[in-house]
Structures are given as structure tokens and as C-alpha cells.
Design a protein around this ligand. Structure first.
Ligand SMILES: Cc1ncc(COP(=O)(O)O)c(C=O)c1O
Length: 368
């Protein structure tokens, strides 16, 4: 019996280890650790990759979301629409801005915000819509952006899981007025620590974000606004520049593994596999399946040393942290159903063919 971890970063780091070491050495040699040449170069390269004018690198994805909302002037008394199913930082960034969270349920097929439900929750207080490209699948961004524009509401994309995903060859992270992303190590483009970025075509948003992330500084010891400290450090920027060059290849590897899973697991038991939609390219940040026997399936896989995970077992509205908002089980039934039935299968660039085969064999073993 072989053992398959849920995720391994080892193959990608083995491939570029020497480059990473050289990058580390380069930063030490310059003795410039904060907002130096590596950050500036990474911002330029990631903006070009995303197909936008500006990238402003920050300390993490949660800050990227919070700063984006803050720069749109969102504050207490405003409402921000978020999907009911997401990683909790999407919600917590809104809470931190002071605005009221207005969740909408998601599509059962795409797991992303259901744009058909937006009209029902838009009010005169709505200031932003935050779709999430969950698991690396683009939300219905063109429709959401159009609806937002019609109501004068900004779309702030949460692209933390969407590096390299696209709609009609346009990368996610470039559809909204502003987009936020995370370079948490397990993301498709992951740092060797924390990191995040804002992408935008607006000169004004980019300028303000640069100021805000660095104590509101325009020039040394001059502070126009009250800001925060949320800077991507030079070392992480150096590592991200190296990894960015491999992102497309690594995403292709993920897509290849996804195709093998799709081809071999279609119509196996009651398994529901991620749906492909024409013109929507997924980066397979996670390969998420659904089954009514989720817990038994997970236990069976674990007994065969195939590690799986659940993203996410409890939706934000049912988390103790959000008890005070007064949501109850049944408020967002699709998201709740998804959380009760999903399982993420192993997926990472560099995963060996035998490992993919073994995951397929064990999955079939459970259902067939
Ligand atoms: C959808 C989503 N939004 C926001 C974040 C927050 O990113 P970070 O952990 O870098 O703060 C994450 C990652 O954890 C995420 O998956």
C-alpha cells in the first residue's frame, strides 16, 4: 500500500531550490529587506500576468481584501455582498471594514456566488459585491460586474484561489474595479510564508493602496492618511518572482491530473465531479468532489493512506465567530449541503502518476 498526502510542496520546491537559494542570497547582498527592487519587480510582473495596470503587494490575502474595501470608502453603515460558501477571511475582511455582511447562496454546480440571487439583496446601502473564485473556478464575473455597474456597486474579486484561472482568456483578478489575492504557501502561486496583492486598473486605487499599506506614507516621515503596516517583504517577493515563471506549467499539471480524475471517476457511485464550463478555465487549486457518503468515503481513503480534506466543513454563517449575526442552519441551504457532502482529493503539481492512479483505484474501491 502506498501513501498519498493531501498536498506536497516538495516537488515544486525541489525543482527550483537552487533558484530560491540564489534569490535569498540576492536579497541578503542588497541588504534591502522592505519595499525594495524585488517587490517593485514582482508587482510589475504579477500585474502583467494578471492583465492589469497595477499590482500592489501586501502582507497577506486578508489585508488585500480589507485594503481594497477600505479604499473604496466602505465603512460602518454600508453593506457588502459575499458568497455564503467561502474561506472565512472573505467574511472577516468585510467585518474588519465595519460594513455589514450580506451573504448570498452559491450555485450547487460551480460552488461560486449565485448571481441570480444578487438582485434580491441589493439595497441603497450596498457598496460592494465580493465574488470568490472558489477552488480555482471563476465565478460568473462578467455578469456580476455588469450587474454591479448597473447599480453603481463596485465588484471586488476575491482571487485568493484563482491564480491563472480565466474566462475567455482573461485572467481572474482583472474583472473587478479591484481584486485581492493571497500567496499563502498552499495557493497555486504560494510564497514561502505569507503574502498577498491587490490588482487594479485604477491609478488612484493603486496609489492609495501603496500609501495605505505603509502607514499612509507618501515620502519618508510624511503621512497623508492613517494607514497600516501591510508590506510584502523582499524575500517573499524574490521567491514569488521565481515561482511566477512556473505558474502556468504548474497549473497545466493540475489540469492534467484533474482530467485523469474526471475520465476515471465519471459515473462512479454517486460521486459528483467538478463541472467544466466552456470558456471558463479552472486552475484546480482544489479538486472537490461531492457524495452523500462523504464521511465514510473519507474514512475509507484514510484507511488506505490517501489523505483528503474538506473545504470547508462549516460555512461562515454557522461559525461561532458569526453567532452574533443571527444566521441559522437552513439560511443558505445550498452552501450547507455542499459543506456536508464535499471532499477535496489530493492535487498538487509534481504528483506522480502512480499516486493519481492509487487515488483513483481507492475511490473506485469504495464506490464500485
Ligand atoms: C478565498 C480566500 N480569501 C481570502 C484568503 C485569505 O488569504 P490569507 O490567508 O493570505 O490572508 C484565503 C486564504 O486563506 C482564501 O482562500
Amino acid at each position: 500500500m502506498q501513501s498519498v498526502p493531501f498536498l506536497s510542496l516538495q516537488p515544486q520546491h525541489d525543482l527550483i531550490r537552487r533558484e530560491l537559494e540564489l534569490g535569498f542570497g540576492k536579497v541578503i547582498d542588497t541588504s534591502h529587506y522592505i519595499l525594495g527592487g524585488e517587490v517593485v519587480a514582482f508587482e510589475k510582473e504579477y500585474a502583467a500576468y494578471s492583465g492589469v495596470k497595477h499590482c500592489v503587494a501586501v502582507a497577506n490575502g486578508m489585508d488585500a481584501l480589507y485594503i481594497s474595501l477600505k479604499l473604496l470608502g466602505i465603512a460602518e453603515g454600508d453593506e457588502v455582498i459575499v458568497p455564503a460558501l467561502t474561506c472565512v477571511p472573505t467574511w472577516m475582511a468585510v467585518t474588519r471594514s465595519g460594513a455589514t455582511i450580506v451573504p448570498v447562496d452559491v450555485h450547487l454546480e460551480s460552488y461560486c456566488m449565485d448571481e441570480r440571487k444578487l438582485e434580491q439583496v441589493i439595497t441603497h446601502k450596498t457598496k460592494a459585491i465580493v465574488p470568490v473564485n472558489l477552488y480555482g473556478r471563476p465565478a460568473n464575473l462578467p455578469v456580476i460586474a455588469k450587474l454591479g455597474s448597473a447599480h453603481g456597486i463596485a465588484m471586488v474579486e476575491d482571487n485568493a484561489q484563482g491564480h491563472g484561472a480565466s474566462i475567455l482568456e482573461k485572467h481572474t483578478g482583472s474583472f473587478g474595479m479591484v481584486a485581492a489575492t493571497s500567496f499563502y504557501p498552499t495557493k497555486n502561486l504560494g510564497a514561502l510564508g505569507d503574502g498577498g496583492a491587490i490588482t487594479t486598473n485604477s491609478d488612484e486605487v493603486a496609489e492609495s493602496a501603496k500609501r495605505f499599506r505603509n502607514y499612509g506614507t507618501t515620502q519618508r516621515f510624511h503621512h497623508d492618511i492613517i494607514g497600516i503596516n501591510s508590506r510584502l517583504d523582499e524575500l517573499q517577493a524574490a521567491f514569488l518572482r521565481i515561482k511566477l515563471k512556473h505558474l502556468n506549467d504548474w497549473n497545466k499539471e493540475r489540469q492534467k491530473i484533474a482530467r485523469r480524475y474526471q475520465d476515471s471517476l465519471e459515473r462512479v457511485g454517486d460521486l459528483i465531479l467538478p463541472r467544466s464550463v466552456e470558456d471558463y478555465v479552472q486552475n484546480y487549486h482544489l479538486f472537490v468532489v461531492r457524495t452523500n457518503q462523504r464521511d465514510a468515503f473519507r474514512k475509507y481513503m484514510s484507511g488506505r493512506e490517501v489523505m483528503t480534506d474538506i473545504h470547508y466543513p462549516v460555512p461562515p454563517h454557522l461559525q461561532p465567530a458569526y453567532h452574533s449575526l443571527g444566521f441559522r442552519k437552513g439560511n443558505f441551504p445550498i452552501s450547507e449541503k455542499i459543506c456536508e457532502t464535499i471532499l477535496s482529493l489530493p492535487m498538487w503539481p509534481g504528483m506522480k502518476e502512480e499516486q493519481v492512479d492509487y487515488v483513483i483505484e481507492c475511490t473506485r474501491g469504495f464506490f464500485v
